[in-house]
Design a protein around this ligand. Structure first.
Ligand code: FAD
Length: 377
């Protein structure tokens, strides 16, 4: 039997695929990264909040908690070592009602349990540090939350992968994956001339983001097929210089929310952006922001930033969360969906990554370690 063409084939060059490619290339052998677009990170990895999450929101012993906490540490270390732009901004969770404050205190207790630092900020400190922020019922601070320039991170990861001998195949859309010999045959269509080609690989990693269910369905039998769901998030830019904040501000969310509420984040230049909200859509290409969303988000923003100037808020961009159901993304409540990261039963060497929504950016380096562990641990 002929040896496979490559040792590792990774499908999808988002931040997670790039991190996995870098990790596996470091082991030796040959590693190829297949990407349908012209460049890495043109989908969800460049359409998010760029927040380094602390790991507060997900249940104990979930992949989201474990990989977020580990990923956060790895990411801060890498940023310092490689000069990747980032800032430890901290974050405030602000509650306006007793019910929201109760939910926030549960987050506080949970954080203590899993070893993530959080502290209550009282009114005098709050008004001194962030006079523009309103929190009628209470504030919880997360000191380890920060922001990162995700584009610079991906440029670094691609460079490190290629330096280790890895190959990027852009404009290469995977159209089929099948078991062959002891490995897999991958068929792909070229974006240049539409030609189909194929290669064989010892291991295949499905890191195709919003299209990961489609890849899953190419290889696994029908009774293990998955249906993708898409939760669109719209962002709003803010052009006025006041009010301003130093910290990220998140409204307290109640169980069952599909996201983390229309929050306030800062980019590396200190500019405010609001978002994302949650809107269920039918297509991963539904990326057009719609004016109606702004009217819905405004009251949510005004609740914690009452002096915000509505005239200075405008529609910005959208991102689509890859979901495996219509349940909540946060808290441990009903419908919580964890990341799915597994070597599939009966498909040795095939690792599936499904539902890699937030905190996927934060977790990316830890996910790469996990995938290596699944294959070689
Ligand atoms: C609105 C929003 C806000 C978020 N905010 C944060 C945040 O603040 N912090 C955080 O940690 N996380 C956040 N996330 C989550 C984070 O952005 C994602 O978890 C992460 O970007 C996922 O990376 P990925 O590589 O898995 O997927 P993607 O970036 O989607 O990459 C998948 C790649 O696979 C390619 N592909 C798909 N099908 C094929 C095929 N057949 N052949 C070849 N290539 C293919 C695609 O072209 C794409 O480039 C947010 C997500 C959203 C949507």
């Amino acid at each position: 039997m002929a040896a496979p063409d490559v040792t590792h084939a990774i499908i999808g060059a988002g931040v997670v695929g790039l991190a996995i490619a870098r990790q596996l290339a470091a082991r030796g052998g040959t590693t190829i990264l297949l990407e349908k677009n012209d460049a890495p990170g043109m989908e969800t990895s460049s359409r998010n909040s760029e927040v380094i999450h602390a790991g507060l929101y997900y249940g104990t012993n979930t992949l989201k908690t474990d990989l977020c906490i580990r990923g956060k540490e790895l990411l801060y270390d890498l940023c310092v070592e490689k000069g990747i732009p980032h800032r430890r901004t901290m974050k405030w969770i602000v509650a306006q009602t007793p019910e929201q404050w109760e939910a926030t205190l549960r987050v506080h207790a949970h954080a203590q349990n899993i070893g993530v630092p959080t502290r209550i900020v009282y009114a005098d400190e709050a008004s001194r540090r962030e006079p523009a922020v309103r929190a009628r019922a209470g504030i919880l601070e997360s000191p380890t939350t920060g922001i990162i320039d995700s584009h610079s991170l991906m440029v670094y990861l691609q460079g490190a992968f290629e330096e280790k001998g890895g190959d990027c195949a852009f404009r290469t859309e995977v159209t089929g994956v099948a078991k062959e010999g002891g490995g897999y045959r991958i068929t792909a269509r070229s974006g240049d001339d539409g030609e189909e080609t194929s290669i064989t690989a010892e291991t295949v990693i499905n890191s195709a983001g919003n299209y990961a269910c489609a890849i899953n369905n190419m290889i696994l039998p029908q009774d293990r097929h998955r249906t993708p769901f898409y939760a669109k998030g719209t962002y709003f830019s803010y052009t006025a210089s006041r009010p301003s904040t130093q910290v990220l501000v998140y409204p307290a969310t109640l169980p069952g929310h599909g996201g983390l509420g229309t929050h306030l984040t800062l980019d590396m230049g200190g500019r405010i952006r609001f978002g994302p909200d949650v809107e269920w859509v039918d297509s991963p290409n539904d990326l057009q922001p719609s004016a109606a969303r702004l009217q819905q988000a405004l009251p949510e923003i005004q609740a914690y930033l009452p002096q915000v100037d509505p005239e200075a808020i405008s529609l910005d961009y959208c991102g689509i969360r890859p979901k495996l159901g219509r349940g909540g993304a946060v808290n441990t409540g009903h419908g919580f969906q964890d990341f799915v990261i597994q070597e599939e039963d009966g498909f040795s060497g095939f690792v599936n990554l499904l539902g890699i929504e937030s905190p996927g950016l934060t977790s990316s380096l830890a996910i790469a370690e996990k995938v290596e562990g699944l294959l070689y641990g």
